[in-house]
Write a protein that binds this ligand. Structure first.
Ligand code: ATP
Length: 287
């Protein structure tokens, strides 16, 4: 029986800028993203029968065509006329609808795993092009590590690894609609983060440079609408975070902290305010 396990790590946005609205109604984006050590797990088992089976070990997440993992399998099957099947088990750890690209990372992991199990021999670039058909964050999730993402987010330029630090994540129990946040964004009226500065900081391996250039243009929308997100960010800074920022369209906020003792203080402090709090590190590629 051919069986493989794949990890699907979450991402955070070290910077997120929307430059302008394009004729196709998407925003032209500039994002610096990095994968973190908080991951879903997928197990893929090859089936000789021509079918896609998906078992999701989490509540309230669809296990049918609405799931990005299912869509990834269906896309490969259709595009390459695959007559074999697969049984996928998805074990969720990444908070859902959080701004951490959980679904996109699951889809990326499924594409990677299926490429292996169905013997497709597709390159990373080919997988990324297929992934982009399903979601703009999927190409980044296929590359992983730290990268600059432009266009709708699907054009990826890999960058050096994030300098080591601690990351505290806190997700308030509210939901935000990503299309709604982009709809309410006024790109002409807001302060824009310095993407070039962030790229330089990553290239220099400078933790201080990262803290100086951190920024997310979508905070202007989500923080104004949800004061609890702003409060979490303020609390993180009060408890000693070196910097704090909302990831994606939110509502998750993350803090970067150099020192473990301080990270622990931020983590413990936040647990009083928020049900879902995590203390993690940047993702290290497994050898
Ligand atoms: P992003 O940062 O890309 O906006 P997100 O963290 O905000 O992602 P997800 O957790 O990826 O959001 O999922 C949002 C919605 O997508 C969920 O409400 C869920 O119904 C649907 N979905 C489809 N596939 C998945 C999946 N594999 N895991 C979680 N949600 C999924």
């Amino acid at each position: 029986m051919m069986k493989i396990n794949v990890k699907a790590p979450a991402k955070i946005n070290l910077s997120l800028d929307a430059l302008y609205k394009r004729p196709d109604n998407y925003h032209e984006l500039e994002m610096v993203m990095t994968t973190i050590d908080l991951a879903d797990r997928l197990q893929l088992v090859l089936l000789e029968k021509d079918t896609i089976k998906l078992d999701v070990k989490a509540h309230f997440i669809p296990d049918d065509k609405r799931n990005l993992v299912y869509q990834a399998a269906a896309l490969l099957k259709e595009r390459f006329s695959i007559k074999q099947g697969v049984a996928i088990t998805l074990d969720k750890s990444i908070p859902v609808a959080a701004g951490l690209a959980g679904g996109s990372s699951d889809a990326a992991a499924a594409l990677k795993g299926l490429n292996q199990i169905w013997g497709l021999q597709l390159t990373l670039t080919e997988l990324a092009n297929l992934g982009a058909e399903l979601g703009s964050d999927i190409p980044f999730c296929l590359y992983g590590g730290t990268a600059l993402a432009t266009g709708r987010g699907e054009i990826i330029k890999p960058l050096p690894m994030m300098p080591n630090c601690w990351i505290v994540l806190a997700k308030p129990s509210i939901s935000v609609s990503t299309p709604g946040v982009y709809r309410d964004l006024r790109v002409g009226e807001v302060e824009h983060p310095n993407t070039a500065g962030m790229v330089q900081a990553i290239q220099d391996g400078s933790f201080e440079g990262i803290c100086d250039n951190i920024g997310n243009v979508l905070e202007t929308v989500t923080l104004a609408k949800h004061p609890e997100v702003k409060r979490i960010k303020e609390k993180m800074l009060e408890f000693g975070a070196d910097t704090a920022l909302m990831s994606g369209s939110g509502p998750t906020v993350f803090a970067l902290v150099k020192q473990y003792s301080r990270a622990k203080r931020v983590y413990n402090g936040l647990r009083g305010f928020c049900e879902e709090v995590y203390l993690v590190r940047p993702w290290q590629e497994e050898k």
